[in-house]
Design a protein. Structure first.
Length: 243
């Protein structure tokens, strides 16, 4: 009973964050789920819940989606996934995670210290961001940072950034769910916990979207970079501390 209550509150907090930013559900949910669920249950549960939020936000902000950028990011991401899987087999996971964590922390720190003006990126940078997302997704399961950074650095409104992220994560999440379902990962336990978590998910989305309305375009951009910075710090903490 206490375990179920804890999972519900984790979902509430994670849904609030993703309702606020358009991403970040796994940043809260996956580490905390690990205290109560095994990885084979927590990962598909997280994806199922996060996709619901992404779909809702994509529909809600559909007029602000950069469709061409989204499809280019998705296509490049699909190309990067096989290379990421290959890298995972050839390079020690800890070393790969530390390297990516260092790059993320260094890049976001530069953004905070130098504060360069937002700039419009061409197709090459869009392809690069999508490819790096697939590369990291295939190797470490964290494909979000390249796309989040790419959208946060564009001179877009917060609606355009959030809508494009939501659309990208909805499409990629649906693809992951199809693969998980085909491999038998969507079990009865996952679906049971999913049903129990839905009320908390809806409340979290509602509160997160209300808080989002108070953010300025610049405030949203800074918040996105802060969350990516924290993700980089978490990757370093998990992989350097045990050494």
């Amino acid at each position: 009973m206490l375990e179920t209550i804890a999972i519900v509150f984790i979902v509430l907090a994670a849904a609030f964050l993703q309702g606020l930013t358009g991403f970040g559900f796994g940043l809260i949910a996956l580490p905390l789920f690990g205290f109560f669920l095994d990885i084979k249950t927590s990962v598909p549960l997280m994806v199922l819940l996060a996709v619901i939020i992404s779909l809702y936000l994509a529909v809600r902000l559909r007029k602000s989606i950069h469709l061409q950028c989204t499809f280019t990011l998705m296509a490049a991401s699909i190309l990067g996934i096989p290379l990421g899987v290959y890298a995972l087999r050839q390079i020690p996971t800890r070393g790969l995670s530390v390297g990516v964590g260092v790059i993320i922390v260094a890049f976001t720190s530069y953004q905070f210290l130098v504060r360069p003006e937002p700039r419009t990126f061409g197709k090459r940078m869009t392809v690069l961001a999508g490819f790096c997302s697939g590369l990291l997704g295939g190797s470490l399961g964290v494909g979000g940072p390249p796309v989040i950074i790419y959208t946060a650095l564009q001179p877009w409104t917060k609606d355009q950034t959030k809508a494009t992220l939501a659309c990208f994560f909805a499409l990629s999440g649906l693809a992951i769910i199809i693969v998980q379902a085909a491999s038998g990962m969507i079990t009865s336990e996952v679906l049971h916990l999913y049903g129990l978590s839905l009320p908390a998910l809806l409340i979290g989305i509602f509160l997160g979207t209300k808080a989002y309305e108070r953010l300025s375009d610049r405030g949203y951009r800074q918040l996105a970079l802060v969350l990516v910075f924290l993700l980089g710090c978490m990757m370093l903490y998990r992989n350097i501390l045990p050494i």
